[in-house]
Design a protein around this ligand. Structure first.
Ligand code: ATP
Ligand code: MG
Length: 332
């Protein structure tokens, strides 16, 4: 079975529909076709300032939501990044073969640092894509299921794998991005040209998995659309409606064409009302199961400890080889 690795940051109390449709839902399916490793990337979550107690809570919330969405520890390896120290260790080695100019070209850093003021952005936020490369390469992943926003980071990961292999001998599998085109970029309800984002979107722009359905309905009602009235799928001229149709189609399992046909002659209000019901149906079971997992944090921590142990067996083997290739003495 091909191996996959993907991660998600505990940077909010809830994941949003972009995370769910762009990543998590595919993670669930891939459990049956791939040897799947999924991690809650808490090391990444401290790159832009955080509160320790909130981070701890969000890490558990993240794991609970992933389990609730359908990840099954019997069929995948689910773990927390900081519990596998090899991630940081490999990141250092990779940072030493990454060019400063190369790292400077990462657009996510430019976006995120400009929000904080470039002078105040952390070096961790700058080297984040190198840690992400380590996350992936440690597991010798063949594919990485992510949203469109991660394409450039994936390209860097591939470059670093190839460079290391060239310099020190074949060590890493060069991973392929696995991006489901239709749902690769769910956009912000208030700014339908920007991606829906945990850290950048305003609350009104995000549909959270854990949002109360009435709240989501309100956000959908206020979603920015154009002034026309026709329900057609055209991301260029009608990005707001296209986004709503994309979400609807993905959650209801109906094609865009089918929806466009069904809403011919109807108004935006009808579409928004029905979409709210579709969203409510989709999130309800996830919310119920998330609550159940959170009721027993000790059990949750135990599941994660087992996941970390499984992950570590793979990660440690890759790091050992890497250290040897680089010329370190090896275990003292
Ligand atoms: P942050 O703003 O803190 O970076 P995020 O919303 O970008 O949060 P991440 O934890 O960085 O979420 O990403 C987790 C996964 O979700 C990644 O695979 C990413 O590509 C995917 N993803 C994030 N936003 C979207 C989106 N709007 N549409 C589709 N996929 C997305
Ligand atoms: Mg992100």
């Amino acid at each position: 079975r091909p191996r996959v690795l993907s991660g998600i940051q505990p940077t909010a109390d809830s994941f949003h529909l972009g995370n769910y449709l762009g990543a998590i839902r595919n993670w669930v399916t891939m459990q049956d076709t791939h040897d799947a490793f999924y991690c809650v990337v808490d090391l990444h979550a401290i790159t832009a300032g955080h509160d320790p107690a909130v981070l701890r809570q969000r890490t558990r919330l993240a794991a609970a939501q992933l389990l609730a969405a359908g990840l099954d520890p019997e069929r995948c390896t689910l773990f927390v990044q900081s519990q596998v120290p090899e991630h940081s260790q490999l990141a250092w080695v990779l940072s030493c073969i990454t060019g400063f100019g190369e790292a400077s070209r990462m657009t996510q850093f430019k976006d995120k640092s400009s929000r904080q003021g470039a002078e105040r952005a952390s070096v961790g936020l700058f080297t984040y894509p190198i840690l992400q490369a380590a996350d992936i390469l440690l597991y010798q992943a063949d594919a990485v299921p992510v949203g469109e926003d991660q394409r450039q980071h994936l390209e860097l990961t591939r470059d670093l794998a190839q460079r290391f292999n060239g310099l020190f001998g074949t060590t890493f599998t060069v991973p392929e991005p696995y991006i489901i085109r239709d749902t690769a970029k769910i956009t912000d309800l208030q700014d339908p040209t920007a991606k829906m984002s945990k850290s950048a979107s305003s609350p009104a722009g995000i549909i959270d998995l854990l949002d109360d359905p009435a709240r989501s309905a309100k956000k959908i009602r206020s979603a920015v659309t154009d002034t026309g009235r026709e329900i057609i799928f055209d991301p260029e001229t009608k990005p707001g409606i296209a986004n709503l149709l994309t979400i609807y189609s993905a959650l209801a399992g109906r094609s865009i064409d089918d929806l466009v046909g069904a809403y011919a002659g109807k108004g935006y209000g009808d579409l928004k009302k029905d979409l709210s019901a579709v969203v409510a149906d989709a999130v309800r079971p996830i919310q119920e199961r998330t609550r159940a997992y959170l009721e027993d944090p000790a059990q949750l921590d135990k599941l994660l400890a087992l996941g970390a142990e499984k992950a570590r067996a793979v990660a440690a083997a890759t790091l050992r080889t890497t250290y040897e290739r680089v010329g370190f003495l090896g275990p003292a």
